[in-house]
Write a protein that binds this ligand. Structure first.
Ligand code: SAH
Length: 547
């Protein structure tokens, strides 16, 4: 029988789960109720505030019996900003909840049963972990304020400190705030698109103890900037002071161009033994300690021996690629943002790593294109954004059939969807699932998954290729002799020599290398390519779009 629930009714209810945004979830028979502020295990009194067909929202009126997982909130904002949704839950319970969240997604969305999800790898000290803060700046009643936005709004919640940010940020905020106030610098207004100063962005090198302070302005110049530089020199770790110019009317935080006010244009930080150049615009993982845990897991799952050709799809500034390159023969990274690819190349140089190559483009276009050219990888790592992998990329993974796929995911729902495809359609087995807590006190969870093919498919012959051999500019037509041989072997089971390939290429009017020219001797006996091999080579040339 359907339960009839009405607005303003009161209920006593136990919170049995939590939703995406950390809101408590309870049930009144088959009716689902979302209760902001409720925690699994709480017994609460709620007033119904909104009723839909099969679900509704309740306001917590009284906490009748607190959950055993509740803890004191230590942050001054205490859930008023949109940042941390789980800080009223003790850390051990947060980690268990994240493990369950991954498990549930795999079951509910992926229909994947009997998969062991490892306990979430958490932090020893889950506070002050972030290396990047972005504070909007506003003027309220003549006073300059900065802080965070309230959940799902652009209402500013002022703050002086935040429990997950670097300790120095509070001091930096106060110096900047005082400078703006004392010098009467105009502050940006979102509605009118007038005013100069929009955001304060602070980036901190965790290991290197270098700090970048970046002021985002709606214009070219900051009046009295020398006073700001002088005031910030009070903190010796600040080695880069930047103006970012953002004159567009949108919600994006940073504009495209920067000017250095003082110090270096970038700061440097390290993950493990690798160093990374961090520019104001580049993406860099925000929790450096856990990033190392995550990458070590990906590396452990990849089980590299030094012989492998590895692809890192969605490589960002090449962080995972460089980690893998230390143990692989060659790593190719693909990333959609061209500046990130430039950073990746610089980072490879910075670390003296020469067995990586990076491509700017969509993973779902670059990798299928290269596969058509005969490229096969031993291991592929994917680390897509929240929406997961595009179908076209998954189809190419299926066709290419690397022995191992390491899937690094920031959204268990799209992870579950993609794993369903890779297991049901592409013949992979989920071997290991490891959640890692990159964002303590939030509902986010990162997961590393190892998928493998099981037995080696003996028909698949790994193509020993080098992209340097191929003309990669615009993915022009062409394939090496080795690739043609591998293709022929894989598709017809026939072994063909370079000589035969050259004969058929010549027959098709294609250029052949000088080593494959006809013998100079008039009467030299040159073996002639038999018809079945000719047909197989022709097919390969067609496949590589050479004819
Ligand atoms: N592996 C990196 C970055 C992961 S974030 C790291 O650990 O730091 C996901 C990355 O995917 C972002 O850098 C984003 O720019 C990139 N991206 C988004 N869509 C893409 C696409 N279709 N093809 C390739 N890269 C894409």
């Amino acid at each position: 029988m359907e339960t009839v629930i009405q607005k303003n009714e009161h209920f006593e209810i136990e919170i049995i789960d939590m939703g995406e945004g950390g809101e408590g979830i309870g049930k009144i028979n088959d009716f689902t109720l979302f209760i902001p502020g409720g925690l699994i295990g709480d017994l609460v009194e709620v007033r119904i505030v909104k009723v839909k067909k099969s679900y509704g929202y309740g306001k917590m009126i009284k906490l009748i019996k607190p959950s055993p997982f509740r803890q004191e909130v230590s942050c001054e904002l205490g859930g008023k900003c949109g940042g941390c949704q789980l800080q009223h839950m003790n850390y051990k319970a947060q980690l268990e909840w994240k493990q369950k969240k991954v498990e549930n997604c795999l079951k509910r969305i992926g229909k994947l049963e009997n998969i062991v999800v490892e306990p979430t790898l958490g932090m020893e000290e889950p506070y002050r972990y972030r290396n990047k803060a972005q504070y909007p700046i506003r003027k309220e009643d003549g006073k300059v304020v900065m802080g965070f936005f309230a959940p799902r709004s652009h209402r500013l919640v002022p703050l002086s400190d935040c429990a997950i940010q670097h300790v120095d940020n509070a001091r930096i905020m106060e110096i900047v705030r005082k400078f703006l106030q004392d010098n009467d610098i105009s502050i940006y207004n979102e509605e009118t698109h007038k005013g100069l100063v929009r955001h304060l962005v602070i980036k901190t090198g965790y290991h290197a103890e270098e700090i970048m302070v970046c002021l985002v302005i709606n214009g070219k110049k900051l009046p009295h900037s020398e006073k700001l530089v002088k005031a910030l020199q009070e903190i010796p770790q600040i080695c880069s002071i930047i103006l970012n110019h953002h004159v567009e009317k949108n919600n994006v935080i940073l504009g495209d161009s920067c000017t250095v006010l003082s110090g270096k244009p970038n700061i440097i930080d390290s993950i493990g033994t690798l160093k990374f150049n961090i520019s104001p615009l580049a993406f860099f993982q925000v929790n450096p300690l856990q990033t190392e845990v995550l990458y070590q897991k990906a590396l452990e799952y990849a089980e590299l021996t030094g012989k492998e050709i590895v692809w890192d799809a969605y490589c960002g500034i090449g962080t995972i690629s460089l980690f893998l390159a230390q143990k692989a023969k060659k790593v190719y990274g693909v990333e959609i943002v061209p500046q990130a690819i430039e950073n990746a190349k610089e980072n490879a140089k910075l670390n003296g790593i020469s067995n990586t190559e990076f491509f700017a483009g969509k993973a779902e276009e670059v990798i299928p294109d290269l596969y058509k050219k005969g490229v096969i990888a031993d291991t592929i790592v994917v680390d897509p954004p929240r929406k997961g992998c595009e179908t076209k990329l998954l189809e190419t993974l299926k066709a290419m059939a690397p022995q191992k796929i390491v899937y690094v995911s920031c959204d268990p729902a799209t992870l579950a969807r993609d794993l369903a495809y890779l297991t049901n359609e592409a013949g992979y087995q989920v071997e290991k699932v490891q959640p890692v807590d990159m964002f303590p006190h939030t509902t986010h969870v990162e997961t590393v998954v190892l998928l493998s093919k099981g037995e080696i498919d003996s028909k698949k012959v790994r193509v020993e290729f080098s992209l340097e051999d191929m003309d990669m500019s615009g993915f022009q037509k062409g394939a090496t002799y080795e690739q043609i041989k591998a293709y022929v072997l894989e598709h017809s089971g026939l072994k063909v020599s370079s000589l035969y390939i050259s004969q058929i290429k010549r027959k098709c009017g294609l250029d052949v290398g000088q080593n494959y020219n006809l013998s100079k001797k008039e009467n030299a006996k040159v073996p002639k390519c038999p018809p079945e091999k000719e047909a197989a080579i022709m097919e390969a040339l067609k496949h590589f779009q050479m004819t």
